[in-house]
Design a protein around this ligand. Structure first.
Ligand SMILES: C[S@@+](CC[C@H](N)C(=O)[O-])C[C@H]1O[C@@H](n2cnc3c(N)ncnc32)[C@H](O)[C@@H]1O
Length: 309
């Protein structure tokens, strides 16, 4: 618990002013890039690569000419890169600040090359072609060169909203480990905007990490340790701007999507026993909500809505 408290304190200090936040981001980008490049491709990213490909195949997303958007693309554009190997589609890579890490990107792409023949899209008729493209990616010298090769459009929107994106533009949107970082106050609008920017019949493939992100620094605490705290205690002692995460739970997420007009087509979530006494705020939640650590949800925008055809 000491590391948990010390990390929360350090993150609060980094959140004090625009200057300290800038310093945090600079350190995050330089130190983060170095350590990711050194550690190489994590096994979880190989799993994610296989999962996004299988889910796109399952829902018949067209391999030619689709328009796709990744929300919170982060440091290595992971899902977009993997999909692009097999999908000759137009990709928009959306984020709220530039946290790209080219060294890490290259290390992950090389790592993918190493496992590609045995693990990635092996039953696809495009496997050979995809491998060739991956080999070209590994030789890229910059993100600009990479975007030319892959036709990626990288969009930074510091307000964190999707308001500027046009309606009925995309066949699918996807995102991994991002929604827990979106300001809770803008979530209803954000999810309505996803609905707006998808074409009728379009899909949303979202994975949300519901764990306490301070647990990464102190694995002696429960993965959902944050459930112990009231809103007031959380805000005062733990919530910070540089590694913000909301504490929105499974049922609230499902409600937000359904209120925006989406149909839930599939849920593949992970659950783990919780060994903390939950705060009053969460007492009304059932076991499935309390114990959900990863929420994997597929939604579809109906083709006709409210009597329209
Ligand atoms: C934990 S990182 C995940 C990055 C990437 N998806 C991955 O897993 O490698 C969270 C990302 O969410 C982004 N983010 C935060 N708020 C966002 C918002 N309102 N819209 C889109 N992305 C956002 C952050 O900038 C960051 O890149």
């Amino acid at each position: 618990m000491i590391k948990y408290l010390a990390t929360a304190c350090a993150l609060k200090i980094f959140s004090l002013s625009p200057q300290t936040k800038k310093m945090y981001r600079f350190l995050g980008n330089t130190v983060g890039a170095r350590s990711r490049a050194k550690a190489g491709l994590p096994a979880s990213y190989v799993y994610r690569a296989k999962r996004i490909l299988s889910i796109f195949e399952k829902y018949n997303i067209p391999q030619e000419g689709a328009k796709l958007i990744e929300l919170g693309t982060g440091w290595v554009h992971w899902e977009s890169t993997v999909l692009r190997l097999f999908y000759n589609a137009e990709f928009t890579l959306f984020d709220v600040w530039d946290n790209r890490q080219f060294q890490a990107y290259k290390a992950y792409a090389s790592g993918l090359c190493d496992v590609f023949d045995n693990e990635i899209g092996i039953s696809s008729p495009r496997h050979k072609e995809a491998r060739k493209l991956l080999e070209a990616i590994v030789t890229a010298h910059s993100f600009a060169g990479l975007y030319d090769l892959l036709g990626f459009r990288y969009v930074i929107e510091p307000t964190g909203t999707l308001r500027k994106l046009g309606p009925e533009t995309y066949d699918a949107c996807f995102s991994c480990n991002v929604f827990e970082h979106i300001d809770q106050a803008i979530l209803p609008e954000y999810i309505k905007d996803i609905y707006r920017l998808l074409k009728p019949g379009g899909y949303s493939f979202i994975t949300i990490d519901l764990t306490d992100h301070l647990e990464i620094y102190d694995q002696s605490v429960c993965k959902k340790n944050y459930l112990k705290y009231s809103d007031a205690a959380w805000k005062l002692c733990f919530e910070n701007d540089v590694q913000y995460f909301n504490r929105v739970q499974r049922e609230e997420w499902l409600n937000l999507f359904s209120q925006a007009g989406f149909e839930l087509v599939e849920e593949e979530s992970l659950f783990q026993p919780v060994r903390v006494r939950v705060n009053k705020k969460y007492e009304g939640l059932d076991k499935k909500n309390i114990e959900c650590v990863t929420l994997g949800i597929v939604h579809r925008k109906p083709i006709s809505h409210h009597g329209q055809t």
